[in-house]
Ligand binder design. Structure first.
Ligand SMILES: *[C@@H]1O[C@H](CO)[C@@H](O)[C@H](O)[C@H]1NC(C)=O
Ligand SMILES: *[C@@H]1O[C@H](CO)[C@@H](O)[C@H](O)[C@H]1NC(C)=O
Ligand SMILES: *[C@@H]1O[C@H](CO)[C@@H](O)[C@H](O)[C@H]1NC(C)=O
Ligand SMILES: *[C@@H]1O[C@H](CO)[C@@H](O)[C@H](O)[C@H]1NC(C)=O
Ligand SMILES: *[C@@H]1O[C@H](CO)[C@@H](O)[C@H](O)[C@H]1NC(C)=O
Ligand SMILES: *[C@@H]1O[C@H](CO)[C@@H](O)[C@H](O)[C@H]1NC(C)=O
Ligand SMILES: *[C@@H]1O[C@H](CO)[C@@H](O)[C@H](O)[C@H]1NC(C)=O
Length: 920
């Protein structure tokens, strides 16, 4: 699944790259002859159907000073005949989405019989409709670009009539269907073809079709669901002279040799990443001597062999073999030395063999700028050779290796460095003073190493935007000079041994958006957030420190604040009424807060997670929680002093997965509307929060599990829990509980519930833990309880149950104590036999200890198996079945860092498509 996610990310990156094209140009300049009136009228008619909020077409009009349509924006005419030959209205919606034109393409344009060039890219002329067939009638058209226009449905086969076409781009519309692309074979003058994200799953002969385009130089069919070649395959004709071949993400699964080599001489730029290509990359790959860019990344079954082939590709500037097996490439570093023009080398997760010292494999004549070698188990000997490249390196990623010892001073010589990532190694000591030489450094990440010592003063006045030192053993206070890093946007110092007050040191960080100093020993008040932190703040994690005092009342400064975690401190007082607006997660667990919840929280309509457990909050559970906070997924009020009943409105929380009201003074009957909790009633697959801010947030929840509190930080998606234990609820267990078929844990223990255990309890098929102990439940245990095959924790003790414990290995396998305190209960595993049962049966043979162990293993797996994105808020927050290995997760973080300044998610990405890609 991790791969899928990486695919998604890559997809986004590609999208960004494509969106990132230049903006519209083209005001005709030198036209002397005025345009034809008929053509002008046609253009004006076209304009009528265009919604143009920002006056992009303001130069188009019938007024006297606009008479010459050849001078209109985006129009060009033939300077001899005056005919309109070119319409260029492309926009880049990522650069300025507001200028996007929408509407319809009026067929009046057909009047422009001399039109050779039509570019409407980046607008919305489709509106979810089909591409109009009349476009196929522009018989002189040489250039057609309709990328990202929300067209949907089949591409008209009449496009085969556009026999003059040299350039065609229909990328990134809404599920365009290319059919069998027979129509393409008629476009014999085509030089450039880009159909990214068009569905070509029916194009079984796509390669043959491409062979009928002898002039094609640039072929881009990424994300097209292309059918795989059937071997023996020589799909590409040697008469082709393709230079650019992009088949990224198509599930091609053949071996790589059979079909590419006919193109050996011409290919300059090849991207076959994110396919399922397999087998050994043969030496003949070295014949592609024109290659400048090669990307074979994330074909996990591909084997690079000894990469001898690579040494012949001497024009190579960009090489990405991420995830390709290079374990046989013992001389990989020497091979790289043969590539004098190489600028960008990406070999992460390649199982690279360690370079054996004394090693100076990288020749100082290389001028590498980007070097990514993460996830390769490289050990400390790498340092010796890295520093030959000091002057040129801009971006170095050595994370997730086995680097040990001190960070060498020599890093300070890499004066061009902008990004350095040494995370997830075993580095020790401090951050060298020489780092103060790295004046261009923007991102420094040394997460999860064993760094000790205090933070250096190296940071002063530099250009640092992201500093991530979490998960080390750094000590002392945050140096005041960190407050001088005025460019800092994200600061992660969590999980260290830092101490002191925070107040002074965070001064003047006016651009700070993301502050995480959790899991340290900071003390004192948190009033610094009012005085020092800029209003851009989106994410604040101060949890697990020794911070004390009241919350300051300035939360309304931060309009974008979406996640606040103050859990496990010594904070006290009431929650101020300034807290609210755009919060999506609020964690205040285990402090000494008191008083009622401020009504301002009512405004947090995007709230997903609230954890107020282990405080002294009072008051009733307000009706507005259910009425306004309808996005809530986790609501924990555990161990407070809330009183009164549960309002019926609580059942409006139809996203809820964790509802924990245990250990309060709540009373009354349980609501009868549990069946409204639709997340618990049905498994709707992937939950996808599609939120604007690009911030990553990992929440966690502390839960009662097997009588112990455990912190659950991983995949909350799996976690579907209702815990109402230790209150004073009375009456019967509502029968609607039986509809919660996704529920994993139900705890109603230590209340005053009466009546029977509902007969339909057996419908809760996912139930792993059921605790009904300490009530006044009576009658027999329903037989259906024996159907709960996942049930590993059960407690029915101290009720008034009677009759025989239903038979089923599960129920007899539990320790007798789970049934104790029910004087009228009989049968195994209890010692007292039921009336009429005379045969003496030995106590159940199963070794209880081994059962415990088994359970533990199971539960541990349940808790920790999935290194998920966890419970994430922000960006395209995708979770659910996605399981990330730590390294991929790391890659994800990096990805976020990299695109941080680029991405503003627009509606151009539709959610169902993302879901589809993820679900695939
Ligand atoms: C007319 O256009 C052609 C190319 O489109 C150009 O070479 C020529 O210089 C132009 N003539 C004038 C008078 O602008
Ligand atoms: C985007 O377009 C709007 C309206 O034309 C304009 O006001 C704004 O300055 C533009 N922004 C950028 C970044 O070009
Ligand atoms: C355009 O295509 C249609 C259908 O493919 C065909 O019947 C017609 O003859 C073509 N027109 C021209 C001018 O080629
Ligand atoms: C692509 O098209 C095929 C056939 O037209 C269809 O079965 C398939 O569902 C489409 N794929 C997607 C992801 O829509
Ligand atoms: C900083 O770089 C210069 C060379 O550019 C070097 O002489 C100096 O020693 C470096 N400083 C540190 C602290 O490494
Ligand atoms: C912070 O920790 C250091 C040891 O790492 C200790 O010497 C110092 O007294 C501590 N300061 C505070 C304010 O606790
Ligand atoms: C339990 O409920 C009964 C009435 O149903 C009431 O008399 C009793 O006081 C309750 N016990 C507690 C501990 O609330």
């Amino acid at each position: 699944m991790g791969e899928k996610c990486i695919q998604l990310l890559h997809f986004l990156v590609v999208l960004l790259v494509f969106y990132g094209n230049t903006t519209a140009v083209g005001v005709s300049s030198e036209a002397k002859i005025r345009c034809m009136d008929r053509e002008k009228q046609a253009l004006l008619q076209f304009k009528e159907d265009v919604v143009d909020h920002y006056g992009v077409l303001s130069s188009w009009g019938s007024e006297e000073d606009k008479r010459d349509c050849c001078k209109w924006r985006g129009i060009r005419c033939n300077n001899r005949t005056g005919h309109v030959t070119k319409i260029d209205l492309r926009t880049s919606s990522f650069n300025n989405g507001s200028q996007r034109l929408t509407g319809m393409i009026n067929p009046s344009l057909l009047e422009l019989r001399h039109l050779k060039y039509l570019n409407l890219g980046g607008n919305d002329f489709g509106g979810g409709n089909q591409i109009p067939v009349f476009i196929a009638s522009f018989s002189r058209l040489q250039y057609l670009n309709l990328w990202s226009n929300s067209f949907h449905g089949p591409i008209p086969h009449q496009f085969g009539n556009l026999s003059n076409l040299r350039y065609l781009d229909l990328s990134f519309n809404l599920e365009l269907d290319g059919g069998n692309i027979e129509w393409l074979s008629h476009l014999s003058l085509l030089r450039y073809l880009r159909l990214s994200d068009v569905n070509l799953s029916q194009a079984t002969n796509w390669a043959e079709t491409i062979n009928s385009l002898p002039l094609l130089k640039n072929l881009q069919l990424p994300l097209c669901q292309l059918p795989n070649f059937v071997p023996p395959a020589h799909p590409f004709n040697s008469s082709l002279s393709l230079e650019v071949l992009n088949l990224f993400d198509n599930d091609l699964s053949s071996s790589i040799d059979s079909w590419l080599f006919n193109l050996s001489n011409s290919l300059v730029d090849v991207d076959l990443s994110f396919n399922q290509l397999k087998g050994l990359i043969p030496d003949s790959f070295g014949n592609m001597i024109s290659l400048v860019n090669l990307d074979l990344s994330w074909n996990r079954k591909l084997d690079g062999g000894n990469i001898e082939w690579l040494s012949h590709l001497s024009l190579l500037r960009h090489l990405d073999l991420s995830g390709v097996n290079l374990s046989q490439a013992t001389n990989w570093a020497k091979t790289i030395d043969c590539l004098p023009l190489l600028k960008n080398l990406q070999l992460p997760f390649c199982q690279l063999p360690n370079v054996v010292p004394p090693a100076h494999p990288f020749n100082s004549s290389l001028s590498l700028e980007v070097l990514h070698l993460s996830g390769n188990d490289l050990s400390s000997s790498i340092y010796s050779w890295l520093f030959n490249l000091s002057n040129t390196l801009v971006d170095v990623d050595l994370s997730s290796n086995q680097l040990k010892g001190l960070i060498p001073d020599s890093f300070g010589n890499m004066i061009s460095l902008m990004n350095l990532d040494l995370s997830l190694n075993q580095l020790e000591g401090g951050i060298p003073k020489s780092f103060s030489n790295l004046t261009h450094l923007k991102t420094l990440s040394i997460r999860y190493n064993s760094l000790t010592e205090e933070l250096p003063e190296f940071l002063e006045g530099n250009s640092l935007q992201v500093l991530n030192l979490e998960g080390n053993k750094l000590s002392g206070a945050i140096p005041e000079s960190i407050g001088q890093c005025s460019s800092l946007i994200r600061l992660f110092l969590g999980n260290n041994s830092l101490n002191g007050t925070v107040t002074k040191s965070i001064g003047r960080l006016s651009k700070l958006e993301h502050l995480d100093i959790s899991q340290n020993m900071f003390s004192g008040s948190i009033s610094f957030i009012c005085t020092s932190v800029g209003v851009q703040l989106r994410y604040l994690d101060l949890s697990n420190n020794q911070l004390s005092g009241r919350l300051p009342d300035c939360w309304d400064r931060f309009e974008n604040l979406s996640a606040v975690n103050l859990a496990n401190n010594n904070l006290s007082g009431k929650l101020p009424n300034s807290m609210g607006s755009n919060l999506q997660a609020l964690q205040l667990r285990n402090n000494s807060f008191h008083g009622e919840l401020p009504p301002s929280l009512k405004n947090c309509e995007k709230m997903i997670l609230i954890d107020l457990g282990w405080n002294r909050f009072t008051g009733k559970i307000q009706e507005w929680i259910g009425m306004h906070l309808t996005s809530l997924v986790v609501l924990s009020l555990r161990s407070n002093k809330f009183h009164g009943g549960i309002p019926e409105t609580i059942c409006h929380l139809n996203q809820i997965q964790v509802l924990d009201f245990s250990q309060n003074d709540l009373l009354g009957e349980l609501p009868k509307c549990f069946n409204n909790f639709s997340s618990l009633v049905k498994n709707d697959g992937i939950h996808l929060f599609f939120l604007k801010p690009l911030y990553f947030y990992e929440g966690n929840a502390l839960l009662q599990w097997k009588g112990q509190e455990r912190e659950y930080t991983k995949n909350l998606q799996q976690l579907k829990i209702i815990d109402l234990s230790s209150n004073k609820f009375c009456g019967k267990i509502p029968k609607q509980v039986a509809t919660l078929v996704e529920l994993v844990s139900l705890n109603l223990s230590r209340n005053n519930l009466t009546g029977q255990i509902i007969q339909e309890i057996g419908q809760l098929k996912m139930l792993e833990s059921l605790d009904l102990s300490g009530n006044r439940l009576s009658s027999e245990i329903p037989i259906s309880l024996a159907l709960l095959t996942y049930l590993s924790v059960l407690d029915l003790s101290n009720n008034n149950l009677s009759g025989k414990i239903p038979l089923g290995t599960q129920l007899q396998g539990f320790n007798a104590s789970v049934y104790s305190g029910n004087p009228h209960l009989c049968g195994l595993p209890l010692p007292n036999k039921c009336p009429g049962e005379e045969v003496v049966v030995k106590p159940h043979g199963k070794d209880t200890r081994s059962r415990e162990e088994e359970e533990d293993r199971f539960i541990t797996a349940w808790f920790y198996i999935s290194m998920g994105l966890g419970f994430a808020v922000g960006f395209v927050v995708v979770f659910g079945t996605i399981l990330f290995s730590s390294s991929l997760r790391h890659a994800y973080f990096q990805f976020l860092d990299r695109i941080h300044n680029l991405l503003y998610v627009t509606t151009a990405l539709n959610i169902t498509r993302l879901q589809r890609r993820l679900g695939r």
